[in-house]
Write a protein of this length. Structure first.
Length: 293
């Protein structure tokens, strides 16, 4: 008797396995439509999932909206603080400008290295093979554009005018690998530190400020502008901020790595700068080998 039940169980197990395999094979084959039980189970499962997911999504969205509201409140408070600081700085700058103007009138000085005139222009061409070297703008001789004039965007200096035609000009970017292109720069701090923008680290996307004296104190975060002492560029044009300082390969000077204020990759509208101060003779500024601006 026990042997009979044992065999019966074995037979039932084998039959169940065969039926299960058959069902799996049946469900895996390609069919144009599902069976009624499958359709019923699928519809029921979908309805239950919808019933559960909608309240869950609503609750999750509610808490996300609360978090977004809190983030917006914090950002708004921070922006208000910044706006208040900007308003204070603008008032201070305006007062300093007025004081500077009055002092210059007293001293009889009408122009400074920071004075310049502007000419807006639009980028009309860019060679894909020289994307990081040159751009072409829609202003030329007719609009008073001259070679070596500084070119900026709203965020900072991007380069200089390399060549001029009647109705267009070619601008050489600071990111161009041209060792002859040197721009006199000023690193602002407690004491003035001078150097030259000379080179671009394409990997890190940083400008190199070279010829900084080894004893000069240069720190991360300091602002770099044009010095105005190169003879062509006016002073005070934004170049970028220092992110690192290292000793050069000879150990005699320092090299500052500067993150540009302007984006050299995406340039659409620019401003050409014409210095108001009288420019010195080229022979007095150069030994004939390199340009300094």
């Amino acid at each position: 008797m026990p042997q009979f039940f044992l065999n019966k169980r074995l037979i039932i197990l084998l039959v169940s396995i065969i039926v299960l395999v058959a069902l799996i094979g049946f469900s895996l084959r390609e069919r144009s439509k599902l069976s009624l039980p499958e359709q019923f189970i699928k519809d029921t499962t979908g309805w239950v999932q919808s019933l559960v997911s909608k309240p869950a999504n609503y609750i999750a969205g509610f808490f996300e909206n609360l978090q977004d509201l809190q983030d917006t409140y914090d950002e708004n408070r921070e922006l208000k603080t910044r706006v208040e600081k900007i308003a204070s700085l603008e008032a201070e700058v305006q007062a300093l400008k007025q004081d500077n103007k009055e002092l210059r009138e007293v001293l009889g000085e009408k122009k400074t290295l920071r004075d310049y005139k502007t000419q807006p222009a639009t980028v009309i061409g860019r060679n894909p093979d020289r994307w990081h070297e040159m751009i072409i703008i829609d202003k030329g001789n007719v609009k008073g554009i001259e070679k070596n004039m500084a070119v900026i965007t709203a965020n900072g200096l991007i380069g200089k005018v390399k060549s001029v035609n009647q109705f267009s000009s070619t601008v050489q970017l600071l990111s161009a690998m041209d060792p002859k292109n040197r721009i006199s720069a000023l690193i602002q701090g407690k004491s003035k530190v001078y150097g030259f923008v000379q080179g671009f680290d394409a990997k890190q996307k940083l400008l190199l400020i070279k010829s900084i004296p080894s004893g000069a104190k240069v720190e991360k975060g300091q602002t770099v502008t044009t010095s105005g002492l190169g003879g062509v560029f006016p002073g005070g044009l934004m170049i970028g901020k220092v992110v690192d300082v290292k000793t050069d390969q000879y150990g005699l000077n320092q090299v500052a790595f500067v993150k540009p204020g302007a984006d050299f990759y995406d340039i659409q509208n620019v401003i050409v700068i014409k210095r108001s101060m009288t420019q010195p003779a080229k022979s007095d500024m150069s030994n004939g080998k390199e340009e300094e601006l």
